[in-house]
Write a protein of this length. Sequence first.
Length: 174
Amino acid sequence: MSTWGDLEGVLSGIAPTVGTLIGGPVGGAVGLLVSKVLGCDATPDAVSQALATNPNAAVQLKQLEVQEATTLTQLKQATEVATIQADTSRQTSVDGIISTEAKGDSWLQRNWHPIGCLVVIALIVSLYFLFPLLTGFGLVIAIPVVPEAVWMMLGAILGVTAWQAPNMLNAKKN
């Protein structure tokens, strides 16, 4: 059993707007339009079979794009609006959490982002500057190999902290 998203690649080559939309959140609505044009059931499997067996499918889908341009544009805009609203909601949630942390009673709750940054900086300085320097003075120090995933995690923490720093400062002022 396939999904509407499975048809995105095939339809994008024939009718780009239809293909893009069928793989997104409004795939069911676009799938219904496509199934009506192809004269089959409104299921991804039926549409897939109609695309494979109907020699006029490409022409019919191009006609659909032309005839239903307004509807397809409205669906595309609705998808973009929904995405923006979801992003805004997520950002508002993150801002609320950071504001709550910045106003917290515990010094650790208020300062865990900067402490994390200092730990990363200390780690980098130790691994790449201090340990090699001490090795040069005759001290035998085994320099550990840090996995790439750890560096990515630490970089993400630093990135979020830097990105949210203005929000944290504003929360402390309020």
